[in-house]
Design a protein around this ligand. Structure first.
Ligand code: ATP
Ligand code: LTN
Length: 327
């Protein structure tokens, strides 16, 4: 039996190299050996305000980018979360066994609710329970994500274990799949904060669809550390972050890159990194441009994905309902 892999990204902005390195690059490898579900989690995206028309477009943008990055719809199931109503249904059932206190301790909730000036909403608080439902519906073995999602996978495991304890064995307890070195790409403007779609400073984030000149400018203007050495070290956060990015895109070890740039300047290293990124992102941009126009093709993939997803999730949902005495 193939392992089941499930992961998702919010269609809430432009996908960046952090999403690529932390999540999508792993997905591309895993799709060959597993039954893979890659979801576009629009129900999660609306936990912060979204413009409806833009959101609709972003869902298609995200689908096209998944494919442009190498997700093959013939191997993996790509679908939109809101097109499978089993997700919010199971989330409600799980809500009824989720300890309130555990949700209060979620760091993402604490960070994001602080940013919302007009008071936060119940959806943001409940975000991790919907994520647990996403994962548990498919009897998922592994969840490939970046480091920031670790706490959400832990609560998912806790809920799975609690459900099985209270109602009898029903759902699989999933494992997080987090790459040590590359699971946390930092902002180019502030190497102590994570590169993020919702960063207010656009210079901190390299989007997968940024043009050649923009990528070069963002890398050239990235903050650096004092000194001149190009080495990965705890007191050199900015250069270490750039070295990690280089290492992923060049598929070389950090040591090899340090050796290549020994005695060279920060400017030379940045030039090398910008060229490398542009070389690697070019085919992604090209493929994206060629498929994003073809809405019919994208819709067909998403329809097939949702229909297959429903065929799997409905089995788990039925079992959960029966165990809870519903229906
Ligand atoms: P936002 O900051 O607006 O919430 P995001 O940029 O963190 O969005 P998500 O949709 O929350 O993007 O994340 C999608 C996937 O990308 C997750 O697996 C997440 O762990 C991973 N990811 C996000 N940012 C990074 C990063 N800087 N480095 C590595 N992985 C990341
Ligand atoms: N919360 C995740 C997105 C997400 C997800 C999932 C990831 C929603 N449901 C299920 C893995 C599995 C994030 O990256 N912000």
């Amino acid at each position: 039996m193939k392992k089941v892999i499930f992961s998702g990204i919010q269609p809430s902005g432009n996908l960046h190299i952090g999403n690529y390195v932390g999540a999508i690059a792993q997905w591309v490898k895993l799709q060959n050996e597993s039954e893979a579900f890659f979801c576009i989690v629009d129900l999660h995206a609306i936990t912060v305000p979204q413009d409806p028309e833009t959101l609709r477009e972003k869902v298609l943008d995200t689908a096209a980018l998944y494919i442009a990055c190498g997700i093959d719809p013939k191997k993996a199931h790509i679908f939109v979360q809101s097109e499978n109503p089993d997700h919010p249904y199971l989330a409600w059932l799980l809500n009824c066994i989720t300890p309130f206190g555990q949700l209060e301790r979620m760091t993402q909730f604490k960070d994001k609710s602080k940013k919302q000036q007009e008071g936060t909403n119940a959806g943001l608080f409940d975000y991790p329970v919907l994520m647990a439902a996403d994962i548990l519906l498919y009897q998922t073995d592994e969840v490939p994500v970046g480091e920031d999602q670790k706490q959400h996978i832990e609560i998912t495991r806790d809920l799975a274990e609690k459900f099985n304890r209270d109602f009898g064995q029903t759902v699989k307890v999933p494992e997080a799949l987090i790459q040590n070195e590359t699971s946390r790409i930092m902002s180019l403007q502030n190497p102590t904060s994570k590169m993020s779609k919702s960063d207010n400073d656009p210079m901190g984030t390299i989007n997968l669809l940024d043009g050649v000149e923009i990528v070069s400018e963002k890398v050239a203007k990235a903050v650096t550390d004092s000194g001149t050495e190009i080495v990965k070290r705890e007191d050199k956060l900015a250069i270490s972050n750039l070295l990690t990015i280089h290492s992923v895109f060049s598929e070389s070890s950090i040591q090899e890159i340090e050796k290549e740039y020994k005695g060279k300047s920060y400017a030379e290293f940045k030039k090398g990194l910008a060229d490398l990124l542009n070389k690697k992102l070019d085919p992604i941009r090209e493929k994206y441009n060629s498929i994003r126009e073809d809405v019919k093709f994208l819709r067909q993939i998403l329809d097939e994905g949702a229909s297959y997803a429903r065929s799997k999730s409905s089995k788990t949902l039925r079992e959960v309902r029966v165990k809870m005495g519903l229906g």
